[in-house]
Every structure is written in structure tokens, then in C-alpha cells.
Write a protein that binds this ligand. Structure first.
Ligand code: ATP
Length: 339
């Protein structure tokens, strides 16, 4: 779509909600397409026009906009990735970049925006809304499930199931050769994916940034468990683990225990892809519809969340600034079960 040239020094926003924008930003997550579809169709059902903003904030700066009709979001519900593409935009981090983005929104007569992404995307939305009074509502889309105020983020369930399927396969070969595998999963600052997948796969130890007691658990397994009870093992490692990730931890273990057959498997980007699970599709749809309800209700700078299956509104400044603490009950359960 081409946008009209804005020549005025101070662009003025329209008052009434007629046209909304929707975009995906930051890391892609399975289920983002389901959210785009729900946002588009719920908006159209409420007589709103929808503009897809491609490539996150970078596309917003460049005016990379496409009108979305109901038929444009057909057939995407079951697809991983994001039809609107995503990006990490350093230009948007500058005041000049955000001014360009704002002018593009005004030129395209976009009255409000639905942002689908993680904490960085909502931080950017919060800053732009404070500088230019843009109405933003967020939908949490990240495989890390690390946002405060919601039990659930879109993509987490699919990523979890992808990790479990991969580790089950690694376990077969580990058992056959009597090897110890350090399996690294995504999560720069968040260990929930490693913790939950480790429990689902019966990992011998789980190493995450939120806890360091698992070093002792690993040592116990290596010095006692492996030698006397087990002949193989799976150690889950979150990529943000403070000891330095799976490769570094495995190197240290090889030095300490040269007799052990230690291997590393980094699952990498397969964790982001694939068809979303039913749970991700349903929750993305619920959240997409709730985002349009919130915009029509004149809500701004809030993230849609799920608390015990119920839709909640979480102010952006809480969602991005407060920590989503790890479920310590899960840590205790893992310790108890893996003796
Ligand atoms: P994920 O959890 O998958 O990494 P995310 O939304 O946290 O997703 P980020 O790359 O952190 O991903 O943020 C997405 C984009 O939001 C950035 O590329 C940048 O354009 C914008 N953004 C993030 N932080 C800021 C900030 N402090 N100021 C302005 N814009 C920001």
C-alpha cells in the first residue's frame, strides 16, 4: 500500500477508531499467524479496516503496509512463522526512527495498533505511545513465556512440544551408546522452556539462569548416579545459563570426568518453527479477539494476558519491567523425582 505524503510539521491523529494496524515483532513464534488472523477478522466483524504492518518496527518506519481483508488471512492458522514477517529494528530505538514510524501511522490514517511480540516490542510500543500518544494493545508472542502478568505466551506450547520430541529422540541414541547429552534450548534470560521440557523428558539435571542449585544436582548425577544407577543421561541447559551454555559446561565436565562419553546437542532454531499446537492456536485466537475488544473499549498501553484461562489486561510498564518468576514448585518436583 502506498501512503500519502505528510507535509505538515505536526501530524494530527484522527479521533474515532476506524482503521487499525497489526504487526509482529522480535523473535517469531508459532501461533503468531493465528493471532494475526483473529485480530483481522475480529476487527472486520466490528467494521474496522485492517492494515498489516510488515517487518515489525522497521516496516512501520518504512511504511511497509498492506491492507488485510478476511480472505488474506485464510489458510494461515496452521502455519508457523508470521505472514507479516518480523524484524529487530535498531532504528526504532532512536527518537528519529520513532518519529518516522509515527508519521507513517498518521499518513496511513491508522488510529490504533496491535503489537504481537515480546517484552522488547512492548517497551518500544510504550515509548512511542508516551512520545506521540499512539493507542497500542499488545499480544504476548514469544516462545520464552517470560512476560509478567500472563500464564501463557503464544508459541511457548509449540516450542515445548518440539523440544520434547527432539529430546526423546536424543534419549534413544544416548541410551544405546551410554552417553551423556547436554541439550541446549532457547531462553536467554528465561529457563522455563528448559525446566518444563526437562521435566517432560525426565532429564537428569536442568540448568537454568534462575537457579544454581542444579550444578550440585549435575555433580551428584555424574559422580554417583551415572556410575552406579544409569548408563546414560540428559542434562537440559537453558542458553542463558550462567555457566556459559551447553558447550562450555560439557567441556568442563569432560575435564573433570575424562572417563565419561559426553556429547552436546544445541536444538537451535527448530524450536521456533513448525505448525502451532491446538493450545497455541486457541489461545492466540482468544487473545486476538480480546485485543480488538480492548481497543474498542479505548484501552491503551496494555498487554492481553491469560490468568487461569481468563483474559486479563496487564499494563505494558508492568509486563516489561516486572520479572516473570520461575515456578519454584517445578524445581522442587524435578529434584524430588530425579534421585
Ligand atoms: P523476543 O522475546 O522473541 O526476543 P522481543 O519483542 O522481546 O521478542 P526484541 O528484539 O527485544 O524482541 O524487541 C523487538 C523490537 O522492539 C526491537 O528490535 C526494537 O525495534 C524494539 N525495541 C526493543 N526495546 C526497545 C527500546 N528500549 N526502545 C525502543 N524500541 C525498542
Amino acid at each position: 500500500m502506498t501512503t500519502k505524503e505528510n507535509t505538515s510539521e505536526t501530524p494530527v491523529k484522527r479521533k474515532k477508531l476506524q482503521r487499525i494496524g497489526v504487526f509482529t515483532s522480535g523473535g517469531d513464534a508459532p501461533g503468531m499467524n493465528a493471532a494475526i488472523r483473529a485480530v483481522t477478522r475480529a476487527a472486520i466483524a466490528n467494521n474496522l479496516e485492517v492494515i498489516g504492518i510488515r517487518r515489525g518496527y522497521q516496516g512501520m518506519i518504512e511504511g511497509d503496509f498492506i491492507p488485510l481483508k478476511s480472505s488474506d488471512v485464510s489458510g494461515i492458522l496452521q502455519l508457523g512463522g508470521t505472514m507479516l514477517k518480523t524484524a529487530r529494528s535498531s532504528e526504532f530505538r532512536t527518537p528519529e526512527g520513532r518519529e518516522k514510524a509515527y508519521r507513517q501511522l498518521v499518513n496511513a490514517e491508522i488510529d490504533a495498533v496491535v503489537a504481537i511480540g515480546g517484552d522488547g516490542s512492548f517497551t518500544g510500543a510504550l515509548i512511542l505511545s508516551q512520545e506521540y500518544d499512539v493507542q497500542f494493545v499488545g499480544i504476548p508472542g514469544t516462545i520464552d513465556n517470560d512476560l509478567y502478568g500472563t500464564d501463557y505466551t503464544i508459541g511457548y506450547d509449540t516450542a515445548l512440544n518440539t523440544v520434547v520430541q527432539a529430546v526423546d529422540k536424543i534419549k534413544d541414541t544416548a541410551r544405546s551408546h551410554g552417553r551423556i547429552f547436554f541439550v541446549e534450548v532457547m531462553g536467554r534470560e528465561a529457563g522455563l522452556l528448559a525446566l518444563t521440557s526437562g521435566i517432560a523428558c525426565g532429564a537428569e539435571a536442568i540448568m537454568i539462569p534462575e537457579s544454581n542449585e542444579h550444578h550440585a544436582q549435575l555433580e551428584k548425577f555424574l559422580s554417583v548416579g551415572y556410575k552406579y544407577k544409569e548408563s546414560s543421561g540428559i542434562i537440559m541447559v537453558a542458553e542463558g545459563e550462567e555457566a556459559g551454555g551447553a558447550i562450555k559446561i560439557a567441556e568442563d565436565v569432560r575435564k573433570e570426568h575424562p572417563d565419561l562419553d559426553v556429547r552436546v546437542s544445541i536444538l537451535g532454531h527448530i524450536q521456533r518453527g513448525g505448525s502451532p499446537t491446538a493450545k497455541d492456536r486457541v489461545n492466540a485466537t482468544k487473545m486476538g479477539v480480546a485485543a480488538i475488544d480492548a481497543l474498542l473499549d479505548d484501552q491503551k498501553s496494555i498487554m492481553i494476558g491469560l490468568d487461569n484461562e481468563k483474559i486479563v489486561h496487564v499494563p505494558f510498564n508492568k509486563a516489561v519491567k516486572m520479572n516473570h518468576s520461575i515456578d519454584t514448585n517445578l524445581l522442587d518436583i524435578q529434584k524430588l523425582i530425579n534421585i
